[in-house]
Design a protein around this ligand. Structure first.
Ligand code: GTP
Ligand code: MG
Length: 595
């Protein structure tokens, strides 16, 4: 598809304000003959008439206005081609917008041009942007030392900036492919070698761009397939499901034994479906595809599919990362942030701030316990449930994440280490809550004697339509008639009440689960037996509910099947439409009922 003439490359251009980004782009367009006929002259003439000096940046503005006429420029992207390939240059207007686009993949750049003003020298953003590039995994960097005309095209001036900036990049392990002295406005070293800087014998900007390597999809790497969505076939009697997503690395073939993480569920690839194309035998990294599995397993979006024969991703609820913080509000402890990694979304908390660096000076402030805007930190995070991830040095996409503060993308980061976590954030918080719990003079044992029972959470799980609610209500009635103090907590009641501020979006599911668990916990603390039902749970949900219910016990009754790898003495299986279900649960509750 993308070969020869058609090859395209995305390059992002960054740098401090006024160092000349727009001029570089405008000049590249003009000198590669990419402008519409007469455009350059027209803009120059308009400037003359208004007695203002011509700027290449005006050229870009003028082209924007012509979008309607099919000119190939839009707000942030400029298109042109060299003899070698087509380029899309992304002008990064602000960090946040840029970071958002880069991480969501809307604007994935394969290389970066970083512009530094020769006269002004290295400024905050020269450093910050360098850091950001490395954090975003952009490995091909070309540094342009611009406005060389203002320093008389002096080699000494160039060398000073070169060595200072190279030393900075060294600290963040970035190795620029080229550092090129240019004068964008004058067109020096943009397309051809400049006669004004005979001491420089490297490539021009365009030659350096052409020398950048196209990222080849890494098929040889281990498979990482972040699950985006599960689709059901719409045809009647077709109960197959398509697991859809874009392959991040590696290759998947029909017949491959695969494991999904973090759930650890296993199956085998039955078919690889294309979108509007016939099914294939294999699919490779970079491809958006869908697979069907030989066995029916329940998985949700956010899981990562890997081959059983490949190294597995890490599964843990804690990890250590380098974070670049862009939020208006600082990154602080005790606050819930949404982590987006691959297709997964999970609430996380800052556990430890190991080190904070000023992103431009790289000065460390080891006592600082929060990250302010533009800080870079070495931070340990704790998630409310285990998640699957890789180290960014090994896997680009599954090792990189975005942090969302309320509704704003506020930071990005790369995972540098997995942390063995004995507890999830949910368990940590539940333990802390239990420790600090305030009571009146009535103790749990007073209530147990009065109500003749130990509180317990009966959680009935299973697919939708398996009769969970019928079992729950019958159980409530049965226990009530035995004079037990029992309450059926209908999940819909929570959705419409306590959860009214939580949108129905999947992303808020974790908060929904938390509130069910906390509500059940409160009622048990009041001495009740609480019964609730929940559909489509994954094992993370069940474990969280059990943690939230603590110190009270949870009895999980699974209708249909127990789809998880782990077992627990407090789990019982119920067949669908099991008429004896109620009796069986009451039987299991015996030790909690005092006669
Ligand atoms: P922002 O988008 O505002 O961040 O700026 P920018 O990085 O896009 O800079 P721009 O290209 O607008 O250039 C800023 C100023 O530097 C303009 O007045 C340009 O004419 C001037 N400039 C750009 N390149 C050169 C150069 O090679 N030599 C000299 N002397 N001036 C230049
Ligand atoms: Mg500009």
């Amino acid at each position: 598809m993308e070969t020869g003439q058609q090859e395209r490359m995305n390059i992002v251009i960054v740098g401090h304000v006024d160092h000349g980004k727009s001029t570089v782009i405008g000049r590249l367009l003009a000198d590669t003959g990419s402008l519409p006929q007469g455009k350059l002259e027209a803009v120059k003439l308009a400037c003359e008439r208004n007695a203002k000096p011509f700027e290449y940046a005006f050229l870009l503005d003028a082209l924007k206005d012509e979008q309607a006429q099919g000119i190939t420029i839009d707000t942030a992207r400029v298109f042109f081609k060299s003899d070698k390939r087509h380029y899309i240059i992304i002008d990064a207007p602000g960090h946040i917008e840029f970071l958002k686009n880069m991480i969501t993949g809307a604007a994935r750049a394969e290389a970066a041009l970083l512009v530094i003003d020769a006269q002004e020298g290295i400024r905050e953003n020269s450093r910050r942007h360098g850091y950001l590039m490395s954090m975003l995994g952009i490995k091909q960097l070309i540094v342009l030392v611009n406005k060389m005309d203002l320093v008389e095209y002096s080699q000494a001036a160039f060398d000073t900036i070169c060595s200072e900036y190279a030393a900075f990049l060294e600290q963040i392990h970035v190795h620029p492919k080229y550092i090129i002295p240019i004068a964008a406005r004058e067109g020096e070293n943009l397309i051809h070698a400049s006669s004004r800087m005979p001491w420089y014998n490297g490539p021009s900007v365009l030659q350096a761009m052409d020398a950048m390597q196209k990222e080849i999809p890494d098929v040889s790497k281990a498979l990482r397939f972040p699950v985006q969505d599960i689709y059901k076939f719409t045809a009647e009697n077709d109960d197959r499901r398509i697991v859809a997503g874009t392959i991040a690395t590696g290759e998947v073939r029909v017949g491959d034994a695969v494991t999904f993480y973090p759930s650890q569920k296993k199956s085998r690839i039955k078919s690889i479906e294309g979108f509007n194309v016939p099914s294939q035998n294999s699919a490779q990294s970079g491809q958006a595809t869908g697979v069907t599995l030989e066995t029916q397993i329940y998985i949700r979006s956010g899981e990562v599919m890997a081959k059983e024969s490949d190294p597995a991703p890490f599964v843990s609820s804690a990890f250590r990362a380098h974070v670049f913080w862009l939020g208006k509000r600082p990154l602080i402890k005790e606050k819930r942030y949404k982590l987006k990694i691959g297709t997964h979304r999970v609430p996380v908390y800052v556990k430890t701030v190991h080190r904070v660096l000023d992103a431009s000076s790289l000065d460390a402030d080891s006592d600082k316990q929060q990250l302010d805007r533009h800080d870079v930190g070495d931070v340990e995070f704790e998630a409310v449930r285990p998640l699957a991830f890789d180290l960014s040095g090994e896997f680009e996409q599954t090792g990189r994440f975005v942090l969302v503060d309320e509704y704003d993308i506020a930071g990005g980061g790369i995972i540098v280490a997995a942390v063995q976590a004995s507890t999830t954030a949910t368990e940590t918080f539940a333990a802390r809550r239990n420790f600090a719990w305030v009571r009146g003079d009535i103790s749990p044992s007073h209530r147990a004697i009065r109500y003749r029972q130990e509180p317990i959470f009966v959680l009935i799980v299973g697919a939708p339509g398996t009769g969970k609610a019928a079992i729950a209500t019958a159980l409530e009635k049965d226990l009530f008639e035995r004079d037990q103090v029992v309450y059926y907590l209908g999940v819909d009641n929570i959705t419409l009440g306590l959860d009214r501020d939580v949108s129905g979006q999947f992303e808020d599911r974790d908060e929904h689960i938390r509130r069910i668990g906390e509500t059940a916990h409160l009622m048990m603390d009041a001495g009740l037996i609480v019964i609730s039902t929940i559909s489509d749970v994954d094992d993370g949900d069940v474990k969280r509910l059990m943690a939230l219910a603590s110190p009270f016990r949870t009895l999980v009754a699974a209708v249909g099947e127990w789809p998880f790898e782990w077992a627990d003495s407090a789990i019982m299986m119920l067949a669908e439409h099991d008429t004896a279900a109620v009796d069986r649960i009451v039987g299991a509750l015996r030790p909690f009922l005092h006669s």
